[in-house]
Design a binder for this molecule. Structure first.
Ligand code: AMP
Length: 217
């Protein structure tokens, strides 16, 4: 089973991918997390990715495609791809690599632009476990500390207002056309994303016909 999560920055796709992986036992693979990890390790890939990420731009297709396809090659268990593909070229490369059936489902989490901007500019993330918080809607119990692991909270440099706006512009121009790409293939699952995290998860599992105990109906 190969599932991809489509959705603008701030739509909650990372959170939902994590929850879906916990419920189903599938592997969660986030291209953004891979880049942030590479940046932390100071690798050449990390330095290259940083130069695009800090401007709110996409990392070039050839670099991303190579990185993600290497990660999923030969994976026995199912994979949830979060943040990949983000361009038509990436989607076509993924289909080619997966063979004639391509991905099983493309989940599109829909959230309005106003709400996306609000969410991104108030978002703080745990440096240790990556749990997201929002200064207004879901603040941590103790300022600057993660409720789950007591890790430091930080604001992603690409979540500042200016970069967030650029990321949304890039999303609507380069990634949003993938919604139609997967609709035409009969793979699209639409999810209304302006609800609580719990309600979105429930909806998602129902639309995938997945039960909470990890079995399909
Ligand atoms: P994310 O954590 O998914 O919001 O990704 C953070 C940043 O990583 C993006 O703004 C891009 O600069 C880069 N990135 C992540 N995934 C991709 C991708 N599939 N294609 C190009 N750039 C990506």
């Amino acid at each position: 089973m190969r599932i991809i999560l489509l959705g603008a920055p701030g739509s909650g796709k990372g959170t939902q991918a994590e929850r879906l992986a916990d419920t189903t036992g599938m592997t969660h693979l986030s291209s953004g997390d891979l880049f942030r990890q590479a940046e932390k390790e100071g690798t050449e890939l990390g330095k290259l990715a940083k130069s695009y990420m800090e401007k709110g731009l996409l990392v070039p297709d050839d670099v991303v495609i190579k990185m993600v396809l290497e990660r999923i090659a030969g994976k026995e268990v199912g994979v949830i791809l979060d943040g990949f593909p983000r361009t038509l070229e990436q989607a076509e490369s993924l289909d080619e690599a997966l063979g004639k059936d391509g991905v099983d489902k493309a989940i599109h989490i829909e959230v309005s632009q106003d709400e996306l901007l609000k969410r991104l500019s108030g978002r703080w993330i745990c440096r240790q476990c990556q749990k997201p918080y929002h200064l207004v809607t879901s603040p941590p119990k103790m300022t600057g500390r993660c409720d789950s692991c007591s890790g430091d909270l930080y604001q992603r440099p690409d979540d500042t207002m200016e970069t967030a706006m650029k990321r949304l512009e890039v999303y609507f121009k380069q990634t949003a056309p993938l919604v139609d790409y997967y609709r035409k293939k009969g793979k699209l699952v639409q999810i209304e994303g302006e609800k609580t995290i719990e309600a979105v998860s429930k909806d998602l599992l129902a639309k995938l016909h997945w039960r909470r105990d990890g079995h399909t109906r």
